[in-house]
Design a protein around this ligand. Structure first.
Ligand code: COA
Ligand code: AMP
Length: 630
């Protein structure tokens, strides 16, 4: 079938389309129907089915003769370690961990936070939760204690599974003090913590609360897979919104299984047994869907890579891993390619490796700039596929569906909507705009299986953030346009979210941290263009009247505060003091105009600006930070 035929088949009968896709899953009780729309605009998929994620991702492959196939390859240039785990080993390890969690009282529906680096045990922890119907929430290791505490209070976990440390190229990330600090800060306290002691750092355990990963599994009965309802939450994953309170994206079990399985062949073009590699982190949605669940559900081999595109040890790492493990489909973020390109513009490292196993490369997480795509095309001589998705959706909504049909690649566009999506561009009043015109990107409800049916403990926020602005549609939070051929172009966010090195961050959350500085009266954080990371956060501070402290000291202090409160991943390094912030007459800070000035772009003086002179002050402050760059 062509893309058009597949898409039309979905459009003609979505129910039949998704019921057919569901055939690839092993159900304990088959769903009687795909969509439940009784609570529209809140929808659920395969709600009356019974199924287990871990069974489908692990055990069934053992039953079906894939037991000896490698499920997970752990490749860590940081620790100089490589390890392979077969499906049968994975089953045994996960069953044992799940049994131990259950023996300590973790039951179906209980939440478990996982705070771990890129080691196979992170996937095992996720799968062990799925095995017994516990709901995991993985927290990215680059977040600080305060962010972890916010998540602990929101999802109130019975247990936390953590590693003793993470390893960045330049330092050891001491997880244990961060974990202890977070538990101290949080109002909710977990019953117990499981600590995986890495050989690089053995953490001290708190008696009565902490148990050792290995020790607590000793002598415990392994757990079988527990069938759960199709609409049972598989996990909660927090993502940045407009405020400091992150949004807990909920993923239901059955839709997640069906949709991810469908994407492995139809989008990523892999067959069971092939090696698939997403160079991301389990703390992000890409890690959930395409390091852990998608490849395993589909019977692929997945790679857990603990390293960076450059510096571990060099810009040839990606190519070394692809050659060595025979990767067929590779998925990374444009920022990672920009980092490689900067160190190896002429592809000297690419030439050193045999990349004949590699058939296609996918990019996502941020806008893929044409320069980077062209560089990758030239170096690799393979299709370089930009595709668009969001934590909320769990898998791509707009893509060049290589496994169905490789469509023309148009630089700057992630291509066309997949079954389940019908992207439209609306103006502020909700009118549909013609091709070529810029507006809010939306898609009609219901969202397809595997997307998010709600936010954890925040149904009203779900509605107000995504459903209320344009009734009948899901509001993506992105702005863009569609061309005459139906290709989508993503131009900007419509909210205060920025994208730093493929990491989604809230400027609002950073402003909350800056505002807590005792000398700061008012502040604004914007995302300025960055040649490596796409965007970089920059803070503007207005000080309290009478503050006579050195401005550079205050700037340094707020940089430190953001690192301590949000984490190193915020990469907040630029801050300056200004007398006033540019505002509209109604008091709204003109952040978009500030971004244009910082990026050295032309801008129109906003008609509603209160005092245009302030823009000159902003220009001066930007010059002290070296902006605009050119
Ligand atoms: N645990 C702890 N700290 C982490 C971390 C983790 N898992 N991941 C990143 N950090 C830290 C880094 O060490 C760095 O700290 P520093 O300020 O002390 O140097 C900081 O967070 C910023 O990290 P990052 O934005 O990743 O920048 P970098 O300079 O270390 O690396 C790239 C730049 C481009 C190589 C890197 O960002 C990259 O590989 N990005 C790809 C992102 C990606 O795959 N995103 C997933 C979307 S698909
Ligand atoms: P996240 O939830 O971290 O996956 O971030 C989602 C956001 O990243 C989207 O709403 C977009 O703003 C941006 N994004 C993701 N993929 C792309 C892409 N291929 N092109 C442009 N922007 C993208």
């Amino acid at each position: 079938m062509t893309y058009r035929e597949t898409y039309d088949a979905w459009k003609a009968d979505p129910e039949a389309f998704w019921m057919e896709a569901a055939e690839a899953i092993e159900w304990d009780q088959k769903p009687s129907k795909a969509l439940s729309d009784e609570n529209a605009p809140l929808y659920e998929w395969y709600a009356d089915a019974k199924v287990n994620t871990c069974w489908n991702a692990v055990d069934r492959h053992v039953e079906n003769g894939r037991g000896e196939q490698t499920a997970i390859i752990y490749d860590s240039p940081i620790t100089h370690t490589k390890r392979e785990i077969s499906y049968v080993e994975l089953r045994n390890r996960v069953a044992s961990l799940a049994g131990a969690l259950r023996a300590k009282g973790v039951e179906k529906g209980d939440r478990v936070i996982i705070y771990m680096p890129m080691i196979p045990e992170a996937l095992e922890a996720m799968l062990a939760c799925a095995r017994i119907g516990a709901v995991h929430s993985v927290v990215f290791g680059g977040f600080a204690a305060n962010e972890l505490a916010v998540r602990i209070d929101d999802c109130t976990p019975k247990a936390i599974i953590a590693a003793s440390c993470g390893l960045e190229p330049n330092r050891t990330v001491h997880y244990k003090p961060l974990l202890d600090g977070a538990i101290e800060l949080a109002t909710h306290k977990p019953d117990f913590c499981v600590i995986f002691q890495r050989e690089q750092e053995v953490a001290e355990l708190i008696e009565g609360r902490d148990v050792n990963w290995h020790g607590f599994q000793y002598g415990v009965e392994p757990a079988d897979c527990l069938p759960v309802e199709g609409n049972h939450p598989a996990y909660i994953l927090y993502t940045s919104g407009t405020t400091g309170q992150p949004k807990g994206v909920v993923r239901h079990t059955a839709g997640h299984l069906v949709a991810l399985n469908w994407t492995m062949k139809n989008i990523y073009n892999v067959n069971p047994g092939d090696v698939f590699w997403a160079a991301s982190d389990v703390g992000w949605v890409v890690g959930h869907s395409y390091i852990c669940y998608g490849p395993l559900i589909h019977g692929n081999t997945t790679i857990v890579f603990e390293g960076k595109p450059v510096g571990t040890p060099d810009a040839g790492t990606f190519w070394r891993v692809i050659e060595e493990h025979k990767v067929k489909t590779f998925f990374t973020a444009p920022t990672a390619f920009r980092a490689v390109k900067r160190e190896d513009p002429t592809g000297e490292y690419v030439k050193k490796y045999d990349l004949s196993c590699l058939e296609q490369v996918f990019l996502a997480g941020e806008r893929a700039d044409p320069d980077t795509i062209v560089w990758a095309q030239d170096q690799l001589q393979k299709p370089i596929i930009d595709h668009w998705w969001q934590t909320e959706l769990g898998y791509p909504g707009v893509c060049n569906p290589v496994g169905i049909e490789l469509l023309d690649v148009k630089l700057g566009s992630p291509s066309v909507p997949l079954p389940g999506y019908e992207m439209k561009i609306l103006d502020d009043e909700g009118n549909e705009l013609p091709p070529g015109e810029l507006g809010a990107i939306v898609t009609p409800l219901p969202l397809p299986p595997g997307t998010f049916p709600t936010l954890w403990n925040a149904e009203d926020r779900y509605k107000s953030s995504y459903l209320n602005t344009f009734p009948g549609y899901y509001e993506t939070g992105d702005a863009g346009m569609i061309d005459e051929d139906g290709y989508l172009y993503i131009m900007a966010r419509t909210d205060d979210v920025i994208n730093v090195a493929g990491h989604r961050l809230s400027t609002g959350a950073m402003e909350e941290v800056l505002a807590a500085h005792p000398d700061v009266a008012e502040c604004a954080v914007i995302g300025v263009a960055d040649p490596l990371k796409g965007q970089a956060p920059m803070g503007f501070l207005c000080l309290n009247a009478g503050t006579d402290r050195d401005h550079a000291d205050i700037a340094k202090e707020v940089v430190k505060m953001v690192r301590e409160k949000i984490g190193p991943v915020a990469a907040f390094k630029l801050a300056c003091v200004v007398d006033r912030l540019p505002k509209t007459r109604s008091g709204k800070i003109l952040r978009a105009t500030m971004v244009k000035i910082a990026d050295g772009e032309e801008f129109k003086m906003p008609a509603t600006i209160d005092d245009p002179m302030i823009l000159d002050e902003i220009k001066e402050a930007l010059q002290t930070l070296g902006y605009p760059k050119s």
